[in-house]
Ligand binder design. Structure first.
Ligand SMILES: Cc1cc2nc3c(=O)[nH]c(=O)nc-3n(C[C@H](O)[C@H](O)[C@H](O)COP(=O)(O)OP(=O)(O)OC[C@H]3O[C@@H](n4cnc5c(N)ncnc54)[C@H](O)[C@@H]3O)c2cc1C
Length: 209
């Protein structure tokens, strides 16, 4: 049957089947020769990544618990729209994780880490009190700025995209198969959907080998 040659980073692999398991807009950045069918490319032109960052402030203790707070906030104002208590089970230190999402994430893509930290801690003080102003360390991850992610948590279609272009989401192109959470019919956009997509593609490949 057909053979596929995949080259990346100086490595070349020859295979009967290829599984592409990256988000659709990133799959579109791979060079295909011959070109993919138009329907597939037009689909991936229309599934952009959303925008998200995570900000984690580390403290000596999960101090908010003593105030009767569980560390979880949902807010429609501020930079941080939701938080979670990410402290380890033994509470040997405290960790507050907050999401920076959508408009706020885009607003901070070009900001310095110090600017983001100041804005995030202002919100944490509003939510958890003055102690939140002084973390022992601060970790920021902006997926919009990562070469092999460029946003998150998932790529999303505007209304009409799936009804018009959807069939190309999972349809193999010759021996090229499409996995990744975006292709899942269940828990799309989550880890669960990613695993399900892997199982579906494994069955597809085994059926033809
Ligand atoms: C901030 C954030 C919070 C989230 N929270 C949750 C949560 O609480 N629960 C949950 O279930 N899910 C959550 N998700 C979603 C979850 O992370 C994704 O659904 C899941 O990781 C998708 O898995 P995947 O294998 O489809 O793709 P990915 O995990 O994106 O894997 C794709 C891989 O391909 C690599 N890659 C990209 N381009 C290329 C290329 N050209 N060549 C080679 N490699 C390439 C990337 O580096 C990456 O490692 C969250 C995501 C984000 C960003």
């Amino acid at each position: 049957g057909a053979k596929y040659v995949v080259t990346a980073g100086g490595v070349t692999v020859t295979a009967k089947r290829v599984v592409v398991a990256v988000p659709p807009p990133l799959a579109a950045r791979i060079t295909y020769d011959p070109l993919l069918p138009a329907a597939r490319d037009q689909l991936t032109q229309r599934l952009p990544m959303a925008s998200v960052a995570k900000a984690i402030a580390i403290y000596d203790t999960p101090f908010w618990r003593a105030d009767g707070l569980n560390g979880q906030v949902v807010s429609d104002t501020g930079v941080i729209s939701s938080t979670f208590d990410n402290s380890p089970p033994d509470a040997s230190y405290g960790a507050l994780m907050g999401f920076i999402e959508a408009d706020e994430a885009r607003r901070f893509d070009a900001a310095s880490e110090a600017e983001v930290k100041a804005a995030v801690l202002k919100d944490y003080v509003t939510y958890f009190g003055a102690k939140a102003a002084s973390p022992t360390s601060f970790v920021l991850q902006r997926w919009n700025n990562e070469a092999y992610t460029r946003g998150g948590p998932v790529s999303i279609g505007a209304p009409g995209v799936l009804t018009q272009y959807g069939p190309a989401l999972r349809a193999p192109v010759g021996g090229i198969h499409w996995a990744g959470t975006e292709t899942s019919v269940h828990w799309m956009g989550f880890m669960d959907g990613a695993v399900r997509s892997g199982e579906r593609v494994a069955k597809e490949v085994l059926a033809v080998l």
